[in-house]
Design a protein around this ligand. Sequence first.
Ligand SMILES: *Cc1c(COP(=O)(O)O)cnc(C)c1O
Length: 388
Amino acid sequence: MKPYRKTWAEINLDAISHNISTFKEWLPPSTDIMAVVKADAYGHGALTIAQEALASGAKWLGVALLEEALELRQSGIKVPILVFGYLPPEEVPISQENDISITVTDADFFEDMLTAINPAFQPLKFHLKVDTGMGRLGITKEEELQGIIKEYNCHEQISEQNSLVWEGIYTHLATADEEDESYFQEQKATFEQFLQIVKEQGLSIPYIHLANSAGTFKHKQFPYMNLVRLGISMYGLYPSLHMKKDLPFSLEEAFSLHAQLSLIKKVAAHAGISYGKTYLTSTEEWVGTLPIGYADGWRRNLSNRAEVLVDGRRRKIIGRICMDQTIIQLDKWYPRNEKATLIGEQKEGHITVDEVAQLLETINYEVPCMIGKRVPRIYKKNSCKNER
Ligand SMILES: *Cc1c(COP(=O)(O)O)cnc(C)c1O
């Protein structure tokens, strides 16, 4: 349906393309980029972001769920897709049918997976996950790896046609965005021990990967890595405030959030604003109503705290944010439909995703994710303004 409401998230595809091509130029040519588009591309829109990232040089897509991978396949995406999350082993044939690579999370899973393979379908592609210190998915013991290698070799010998492809081995870093590198170094060393076993067993696995965005910035420390999993920094956001300081290049933020004023009026002195009258005017004040609320993911605990840009200048949110509406303080009358920017740039003003994250005591990752499906995503490309 055509969006009628005057609230939208604007996604700057030029920023995505800039960020991907910058990484591509900076990484060694042998390192491929996986664009991580889980959670609807961190709220930016999975299909459009996937297409833009692929056009800009990414070779792979990464998602959390089989459903997310299937949606991309059903939209005609042909490139390799890796599912990071746990997949019930009985669903393995669906990933075979759709040529989706899956994650082996542990030795039991590997066994169940072998039983579930449908030999009539194309080979099952998998990446083995090693837990080197995240404490989440993955094998933790070297014996587990040895066991899996043994079973894999047996399976290869007895199966008549090729029904299995060991495509990758990977781990996930827990602290790559922090200043203190010690834990990161431990994880790296553990991963390298697992790689050593793979080598000793004479196995050659095409893809070796361990870097999220934060890890990618340290890529020179892992010369064996040939794939990076870029999420947050593809969207132009930094994995942590600390990392912003010493980056080799700058990123462009793709996400912004806007709404047009639905009503502007002057209210009397001592008037209560919104539920619970948590804001009382002291004098006569101009106030404006924005058609966005907590049901859109514009969180209620930004009430009386966050600011928005009108005519390039900061204006306060006053009173409680409602389910569908937010009230702001204005300095004067503005015409109806005047644009307010809740996140992003407007003239000389800028409200960053990081600023909103700080107000919410969370990380920037959560901010575009929290803006719900009810807010249409409008895409901007080649700097042509698609503004309303
Ligand atoms: C989400 C995710 C990433 C991307 O991390 P960023 O910090 O956003 O770059 C990479 N790898 C795995 C396994 C993930 O789940």
